[in-house]
Design a protein around this ligand. Structure first.
Ligand code: SAH
Length: 349
């Protein structure tokens, strides 16, 4: 296990094996997770011999910034980072009135195959280590010089397909000895891997779960998301209810609106019937057109109509505010354009 993925107890154990005094674990942990050191060289109060030994036995690596695009309209920043093995991943930094949010990737690529998503086109390369998820947040904090208030695991990858590492990441991120981000300020978005969503509920964390629904019935959902062949909407709703009961947290449903595909009045009615009475919130996302797919975003009037129909049934709805629409901000597009050498196209949000 790499040093930045270790709990403070694991680190203490490892350092004890190296004959180090107890207080070292606390110091090193704080250097990594509070002061966000990017190398042992920065840990100037640590003995040189120890730093050299750590460098050899437990190398500390952090994601390296390769590209940073900043939106001229709203200050949103999109980062491309290179990992120690050469893979690249992307993350986004957004400024909201309620604080700074970072959207991180949980995998290099994705194997879920959603038909509207750019992240899955090249398939899954590998899952990220806990330290690589933290590393995105730490690198952005260093780069902006501003504290991150909210973390959303909504970048490339399916977090519930990297369950163990995501859990370790969550514990480190919210640890009072580390950056200490409040669990309430963390959101995990999943396409709906039902067994792991139930497992997540059983962890009884105060994080928000967001479920990518995108269709009100199985037939349509199966056309958009292969995961719908494995789990029905009924099973997904039962897992969602279980999450709410177990954690006391309201659940979010994400619904990306695709022109002529899932944005009709009958879809809205069906969705309203499905969600009525549930302790939930719906986030409508006008789909981001992806070059390799021929989906178009719903017309603004349709989006508003869709929202209204849900609201009339007493359902809580917001339309995702578009940030960074002048930079490559749709899921997976920056990485994809970087790797394929295709330039950014304006209008993708
Ligand atoms: N794998 C996770 C998290 C990653 S995507 C999940 O499926 O939830 C975060 C959200 O963006 C998901 O709801 C996803 O379905 C949606 N999304 C992906 N590509 C999109 C696109 N081109 N336009 C709009 N939403 C998209």
């Amino acid at each position: 296990m790499d040093i930045m993925s270790m709990s403070i107890e694991q680190l203490a154990e490892r350092l004890a094996e190296m004959g180090q005094p107890k207080y070292r674990a606390k110091q090193l942990y704080a250097w990594m997770h509070v002061r966000l050191a990017a190398s042992y060289a920065e840990m100037t109060d640590q003995p040189k011999a120890l730093r050299e030994r750590l460098e050899a036995e437990l190398p500390l690596t952090v994601p390296q910034k390769v590209v940073m695009l900043e939106s001229k309209t709203d200050g949103t920043r999109k980062y491309l980072f290179r990992l120690a093995d050469g893979n690249v991943i992307e993350s986004v930094w957004m400024k909201y009135h309620h604080g700074n949010s970072v959207c991180i990737s949980s995998q290099v690529g994705c194997r879920m195959g959603c038909s509207f998503c750019a992240s899955t086109i090249g398939g899954l390369v590998r899952s990220l280590e806990p330290s690589e998820m933290l590393g995105q947040i730490y690198a952005i904090t260093r780069d902006t010089g501003e504290r991150v208030d909210n973390v959303v695991v909504m970048g490339t990858g399916e977090p519930m397909d990297n369950y163990d590492n995501v859990l370790i990441f969550l514990r480190l991120l919210t640890d009072e000895n580390g950056l200490h981000i409040s669990q309430r300020n963390v959101t995990i978005s999943t396409c709906g891997l039902v067994p792991n969503l139930r497992r997540l509920a059983d962890e009884k964390l105060a994080i928000t779960a967001a479920i990518s629904l995108h269709a009100p019935n199985d037939e349509l959902r199966r056309k958009l998301m292969p995961v719908a062949n494995a789990y029905s909407i009924r099973e997904l709703m039962e897992a969602a209810d279980y999450y709410v009961e177990t954690t006391g947290r309201r659940i979010t449903f994400e619904y990306s609106l695709i022109d002529g595909v899932n944005d009709s009045a009958s879809c809205a009615r069906e969705l309203a019937a499905l969600l009525k009475g549930r302790n939930c919130h719906v986030n409508l996302i006008p789909v981001n057109p992806v070059r390799e797919r021929n989906y178009r975003r719903s017309l603004v009037t349709n989006v508003l109509q869709f929202q209204k129909m849900l609201e009339n049934e007493g359902i809580n709805v917001t339309i995702r505010r578009e940030l960074g629409s002048d930079i490559d901000a749709a899921c997976g597009q920056l990485r994809r354009h970087y790797e394929t050498g295709i330039g950014a196209e304006s209008g993708e949000g």
